[in-house]
Design a protein around this ligand. Structure first.
Ligand code: SF4
Ligand code: SF4
Length: 183
């Protein structure tokens, strides 16, 4: 059995043994330490979504060490994907290309089984996941984490969106507990 944590605290099933599913709590670990590959179509779509000139995109967002005209690697900045930005909410990061991010990112789903999500839990919340997939930590830490999850599901939650080339591009949509809504 593994543990599922619902983003809603309205019901008593907020922590539920099931499949390891967890809402993305936006720690950003999965966007750190790896570079995302794009084919030309994805690169063009990302460039358009960011509202950038193609050559600005190539100069500033693509890793120059990857020389290929048909495929690209997103550049890293400070050890993380260049599109990952901090918000004004502690522990909460955001992908500024969320609405048009590459397929490799859309296909990624958060899970309590994933090493990256476990690292985020440990780093930001001091929580562990045991061999049965159950969250481990003090009652207070788990309580704070649940409150945080609830805040992800709150309509109208505001964040500071970082500008890209002077353009604010992130939509403040609600994050729902769906795969495509991960970071
Ligand atoms: S989700 Fe966004 S920030 Fe994270 S690796 Fe993908 S493009 Fe970069
Ligand atoms: S998918 Fe997991 S590791 Fe990636 S940002 Fe979400 S919670 Fe963190």
């Amino acid at each position: 059995m593994t543990t599922r944590i619902s983003p809603s605290l309205s019901g008593k099933e907020d922590v539920e043994k099931e499949t390891g599913i967890i809402p993305c709590f936006r720690c950003g670990v999965c966007c750190t330490g790896r570079q995302v590959h794009l084919d030309l179509v994805e690169a063009r779509r990302l460039c358009d979504g960011l509202g950038l000139n193609w050559y600005v995109f190539l100069s500033n967002y693509v890793d120059p060490k990857w020389s290929n005209y048909n495929s690209f690697l997103l550049r890293q900045q400070d050890g993380a994907c260049i599109l990952l930005k901090n918000t004004d909410v502690p522990h909460r990061k955001v992908c500024i290309a969320h609405m048009f991010k590459p397929s490799a990112c859309r296909e990624w789903s958060p899970s309590l089984h994933r090493r990256e999500c476990q690292q985020g839990l440990a780093k930001d919340w001091g929580l562990m996941v045991d061999t049965e997939g159950k969250l481990c930590g003090s009652d207070e830490k788990i309580r704070l984490f649940k409150i945080y999850l609830e805040s992800l599901n709150t309509a109208g939650c505001s964040e500071t969106y970082v500008e890209t080339e002077g353009i604010k591009r992130y939509d403040s949509e609600r994050f729902e507990n769906r795969r495509e809504e991960s970071i």
